[in-house]
Write a protein that binds this ligand. Structure first.
Ligand code: ZN
Length: 134
């Protein structure tokens, strides 16, 4: 029963820090799947885990906690970035609605979106509509 002993010992080795631990979470077990351990390891760490690889599939609680802290930190960074992007968009909207003429950046963007003059574009649309009516 050497293989069974090996499996028990492998079950207590942390995949991330390689320390032996009594408290481990199986990456593909119920709790590991709920915590999305494989996704977090593959996303945040310079290693990758696969269900089919021959390496240990357990992670010690200390490493899981560190991974969760990192995940919360990354989530906070994303939320902050979205907040700043929203603030920037709101300030652009407020600036364009309060001022009568658009600023230089908006003019540049408008000219990029529509390289032809507005009058010829409008004529083309009108022409297409008249063809569809016939
Ligand atoms: Zn560990």
């Amino acid at each position: 029963m050497g293989s069974l002993d090996g499996a028990v010992i492998t079950g207590f080795i942390c995949r991330l820090c390689s320390k032996l631990s009594r408290l481990v979470i199986h990456i593909y077990g119920e709790q590991g799947v709920t915590l999305q351990l494989d996704k977090k390891i593959n996303t945040y760490l310079p290693i990758s885990v696969k269900f089919s690889d021959p390496l240990p599939k357990t992670v010690c609680v200390a490493c899981v906690q560190k991974l969760e802290i990192h995940h919360q930190l990354v989530k906070r960074f994303h939320a902050a970035r979205e907040h700043f992007m929203e603030s920037a968009m709101n300030s652009i909207r407020n600036r364009s609605s309060t001022s009568t003429s658009c600023d230089q950046s908006l003019r540049c963007r408008n000219s990029n979106l529509n390289p032809t003059s507005n009058s010829s574009g409008a004529e083309q649309v009108t022409h297409e509509y008249s063809q569809a009516d016939l």
